[in-house]
Design a protein around this ligand. Sequence first.
Ligand SMILES: Cc1ncc(C[n+]2csc(CCOP(=O)(O)OP(=O)(O)O)c2C)c(N)n1
Length: 645
Amino acid sequence: MNKNKKYPQGKLLSQINSTSDLRKLNINQLKQVCDELRQYIIDIVSEKGGHFGASLGVVELTVALHYIFNTPRDQLVWDVGHQAYGHKILTGRKEQFSTNRIKGGLSGFPKRSESVYDTFGVGHASTSISAALGMAVASKSNGEKNRQHVAVIGDGSMSAGIAFEGLNHAGVENTNLLVILNDNCMSIDPAVGALKEYLTDISTSKTYNRARNKIWKILGKISRFGPNAQGIAKKVEGAVKTTLLGESNYFESLNFRYFGPIDGHDAKHVAEVLKDLKDIPGPKILHCLTVKGKGFTPAEKGDSTTWHAPGVFDKKTGEIICAKTQKNPPKYQDVFGETIIELAKKNKTIVGVTPAMLSGSSLNKMMAEMPSRTYDVGIAEQHAVTFSAGMATQGKLPFCNIYSSFMQRAYDQVIHDVALQNLNVVFCLDRGGLVGADGATHHGVFDIAFFRCVPNMIVSAPMNEQELRNLMYTAQLPNQGPFSIRYPRGNGVLIDWRSPFKEVKIGTGRKINDGEEIAILSFGHPGNFVLKAQETFEKDGLNIAHYDMRFAKPIDEKLLHTIFKKFNMVITIEDGCLQAGFGSAILEFMANNNYQATVKRLGVPDKFIHHGSQEELRHDCNYDSNAIITTVHEALANKLVSQAG
Ligand SMILES: Cc1ncc(C[n+]2csc(CCOP(=O)(O)OP(=O)(O)O)c2C)c(N)n1
C-alpha cells in the first residue's frame, strides 16, 4: 500500500486547515463541507480500517459544533472518541489522518498529547459529562465568562452509571454545560434498557414533535430578554413538554433544559440551534437523532453492528475484505461463545452476562440460542458484576464476560460484591493483553496484577482453545468461587479445537517440554511464543524446558518446587504488566521459599503502550518469540562468562 498516497479532499475541505477556516464559510456551505468530509473518511477508512459507522453519523454535528463554538477555547469533549474522525480532520490533522491507528500515527481516539482540540483523552465510554462538567466548574471558578463546554455522548454511553452521576451533579452546578445526546438507537449492538425506550418514546411522540417547533420559536424570542424572561420561558416550556409527553422529562427532572429531538443530519439547522443554545445559560441537553453509517448506503441500510468497525472494505461495493488465508484457527472469543452454549445446555444454572459487548465477546451466539439466559446490560460494567453477584446468591452461575480493560471499571464490585462473599461468578476477560490498534485505553494489561491480590479469586489463562474450553468447564463445576479466565484478542492456534471437556485441577500447571539449564514459565497465550522459539532452540541444539503454568493464583507450588530445585535460570513470560503480574508471583514464591535463581521476566513494562499492531507492540515490549530467543541466548552467554570468570 502506498504510504504517501494523497486522498482527494473536495473543494471546500481542501481549504480547511483549522477551525477558523471553517468559520469563514457561509452557513449554506456547511452541507458541502459535510459531504466532502464524509467522503474523505470513507476513502481513508475503507483502505486503512478503523471505526466507521459512528464517525459518519456525527459528520453534521461535528461540522456544526466547530462552526458555532470557538474551539479550542470552548471545550468540546467526545464520549468514547471512536466517532471523532471528522473532528480530527477539521482540527489540523487532515493530512495525517491516513496514519490513523497505525504505529507512530494518529491515535484512533482523542488524545490530549495529540492536539489542543482533544480536550480529554478517551476510549472508554461515558466519561464526557463528568469531564466537561469538571472543566466548566473550573472555568467558572477561574472567572472565565462566556466559555462554553460541550459533551457529545451517544445513547449507548448514556446508559452507564457515570453518565448519570455526571448529569446528577451538573443539574446543581450552574455552568455553561451543553450535553449533546447523539441518539442513533445503537450501541455497538442495538442499544438496550429502559432509557433507550424512553428516548424512542420522546423521538416518536407525534404531538410533542409537532408542538416542539412552536416551543422552540417562543423560547428563541424570549431568551434574548434577560434572566426573568428565561425563567418564564423555562416554566412554559417545561409545562408544555410535560403535558405533551404525558410524563415528566427525565433530563428536566435533573435540572437540565431539554431541547429536541432534532435531525442531526441537517447541518445548517443544527448550527442554528447550537447558536441559540449558546445564549441560554445553565445545563442544557440537545437531543439529536442521527443514523450510524449515514451517507454510505451499505452501512446506513445494512447491519450497523458490522459497520461499527468493519476493517478494510471496498468503498464501491461495500464488500468487507477479509484476509484470504487457508483455514484459520478460531478467535478465542468465538471459542468462548460456542463453549458457553455447550456448557449451558448441560448446566441449567449457567447464564451469560455482558455489558454491551454482545458481538465483541461472541455472547451474541448464546443470545440467539438462549435469549432468556443471556443478558446484555448496556455499557454498565459495575452493574454487570454486581448483577452477576446477585444472580449467584440465588444459585445461578453467571459467566460475566468483560474486556480486560473495561473490567477496570468494576474493581470494587469484584472485590466487595463477589470475592468478599465468595460467590460463584466466572469472569471471562476477553482482550487480555496488548490489543493493537485501539491503543493505550484498550490494552488489557492490568488484570493479572489487579485480580491476583483479591482473596478467593482464581486467576487463570488458557494457552490455547482446548485449554479455554477446559478452564470454562472447570469453572462451572460446583462451588468454585470467583473464577477468572483471561484470553487475548484474536485467533487461537488450533484448527481442531472442539475437544471433549476435561477438568483442570485448580492451581496446576503442566510441563510442555523438559529441558536443561533454563526453564521458561509461561502464562496463557504467550506459551505459543515459547513454542515458536523452541523451533530455533531445537535447530541450535538447545534443550530449554517449558512449563505452561495456567494459574497465576493459586500458583502451582508443587511444580515450582520441582522447577526451582532443578533450574537456576528461569524466564517468565506474560501478556500483561510486569509490576505485580505473573512473573512477580514467581518471585514471591522464590522469596517465600528461599530459592536462589536468576529470573528474567518478560511482559509489558511499567509505562502506557500506545497503538500499533499486536505483533509490533509485543516486539517493542520485548516478549515475542524473538525476545525469548535473545533472552535465552543472553542468559546462556552470561553463564559462560561467569563460569569462565
Ligand atoms: C467502558 C466501556 N465499555 C464498552 C466500550 C466499548 N464500546 C465502544 S463504542 C460502544 C458503543 C457506544 O455507543 P454510543 O455511545 O451510542 O455511540 P455510537 O457508537 O452509537 O455512536 C461500546 C460499547 C467502551 N468503549 N467503554
